[in-house]
Design a binder for this molecule. Structure first.
Ligand SMILES: Cc1cc2nc3c(=O)[nH]c(=O)nc-3n(C[C@H](O)[C@H](O)[C@H](O)COP(=O)(O)OP(=O)(O)OC[C@H]3O[C@@H](n4cnc5c(N)ncnc54)[C@H](O)[C@@H]3O)c2cc1C
Length: 299
C-alpha cells in the first residue's frame, strides 16, 4: 500500500501531537504522525500518581544517561523520556508552576504598547575555566538598547513574537539559521520591514550558561564575523544603494580605526581589547559580505 502525505511528524510526544493536531486543523493537509513508543492506553498513564510506579522502570519510559557531570563530582544523571504516545506528557507528574508576576510584567507592558515582538536582554554566566579578562569583557551578554526602543532587527535569544503576525506573513523561525546565533536576525528585519513594531524590553531577562567551547576567542571571532555578515546581508534589500554604500564606508572606517588603536590595548586592558576586536570583526564581516566573500554557512 502506498500513501502520500503533506507532512510527516516524527515523534508523537507533547510537541509532536500539538504540531500534528494544528496541521490537521487547517483542514486541507494529510498528516502522518509516527510514534516509536507504545500505546498510551494504560490505567497508570491515566492517573497522575502513576508516575511513581512508571518511574521505577517500565516499558513506557526510556532512561537516558548524561555524560559524567563535573559539577556532580563526575557522576552521571538519569534523564527519563516517555516511550509512549503523548511522550513525556503521558508519563509526567502533571506538576506546573505559576511564574511570579514580576517574571511577566515587563513582557506584558511592552506588548500592551501594541508591540508585535519584544526583545529581552541576556545575562551570560561563564564557566569557571573562562579567563577572568574574558568574563570582564562579557561578550555574550546582550542588551542592545534602552527600554521601549523600536528595533529594526533582533535575534531569537530572548524574544516574544505575536504568532498571528508571523502567521499572517507566513514567516517562521528557521532553527538551522538560528543556530548561528545571529542569522535569525533576517526574520526580525523582514518583520520590521513589514511594519511590525519590535520593542526592546531589557528587564525581560534570560540567563544563559556559556560552555567553555564558546568562551573562546576563535568562537567569538567567527560569531562576530557572522553577525557583521548577517547585518550586511539584511540591509541590502531594504535600503537604497546609496545607504548601502554608506553602511560599508562606515564599516571600513571603523575597521581601520580599530585596527590601529586596538593592538596596544592587549597588554594593558585585555577585556577592552576584546570588545574592540569584536567590533572590528563585526565590521570585517560586513565588508566580506560586501565583497562577496562568504565565510561560513553554519556553526
Ligand atoms: C518522568 C517525567 C516526569 C515529568 N514531570 C513533569 C511535570 O511534572 N511537569 C512538567 O511540566 N513537565 C514534566 N516532564 C517534562 C515534560 O513531560 C516534557 O518536557 C515534555 O513532554 C517534552 O515534550 P517533547 O515533545 O519535547 O518530547 P517528548 O514528550 O519526550 O516526545 C518525544 C516523543 O518522540 C518519540 N520518539 C523518540 N524517538 C523516536 C523515533 N526515532 N521515532 C518515532 N518516535 C520517536 C518518543 O517515544 C516520544 O513520544 C516530565 C517528564 C518525564 C519524562
Amino acid at each position: 500500500m502506498r500513501a502520500e502525505f503533506d507532512h510527516i511528524v516524527v515523534g508523537g510526544g507533547a510537541s509532536g501531537c500539538v504540531v500534528a493536531a494544528e496541521l490537521v486543523a487547517r483542514g486541507d493537509r494529510k498528516v502522518l504522525l509516527i510514534e516509536g513508543g507504545h500505546s498510551h492506553r494504560h490505567p497508570l498513564i491515566d492517573m497522575p500518581p502513576g508516575i511513581f510506579k512508571l518511574i521505577a522502570g517500565n516499558k513506557y519510559m526510556t532512561v537516558h544517561q548524561t555524560a559524567p557531570q563535573d559539577q556532580l563530582d563526575g557522576r552521571v544523571h538519569d534523564i527519563p523520556q516517555g516511550n509512549v504516545l503523548g511522550g513525556g506528557s503521558s508519563v509526567n507528574a502533571q506538576v506546573y508552576m505559576r511564574g511570579r508576576p514580576s517574571d511577566y510584567e515587563a513582557w506584558d507592558s511592552a506588548l500592551a504598547n501594541n508591540a508585535d515582538a519584544v526583545l529581552g536582554s541576556v545575562t551570560a554566566h561563564y564557566h569557571d575555566s573562562a579567563p577572568k579578562w574574558l568574563v570582564r569583557a562579557d561578550p555574550m551578554s546582550k542588551c542592545w538598547a534602552p527600554a521601549g526602543t523600536r528595533m529594526n532587527t533582533g535575534s531569537t535569544c530572548n524574544a516574544l513574537v505575536k504568532r498571528e503576525r508571523l502567521d499572517k506573513l507566513e514567516m517562521y523561525f528557521n532553527p538551522e539559521l538560528g543556530r548561528a546565533g545571529c542569522d535569525d536576525a533576517d526574520l526580525f528585519a523582514r518583520l520590521a520591514h513589514s511594519g511590525a513594531v519590535i520593542l526592546m524590553c531589557p528587564s525581560a531577562r534570560v540567563s544563559e550558561d556559556v560552555p567553555p567551547s564558546r568562551a573562546d576567542i576563535e568562537y567569538l571571532r567567527r560569531r562576530a564575523l557572522r553577525v557583521g555578515q548577517s547585518y550586511a546581508r539584511i540591509i541590502k534589500p531594504y535600503k537604497s544603494p546609496l545607504a548601502v554604500a554608506n553602511f560599508h564606508i562606515q564599516a571600513l572606517l571603523r575597521w581601520l580605526i580599530l585596527w590601529a588603536i586596538e593592538p596596544p590595548m592587549r597588554l594593558i586592558r585585555p577585556d577592552l581589547s576584546l570588545r574592540l576586536r569584536l567590533v572590528r570583526w563585526r565590521n570585517s564581516g560586513k565588508l566580506r559580505e560586501f565583497m562577496g566573500l562568504h565565510l561560513i554557512e553554519m556553526y
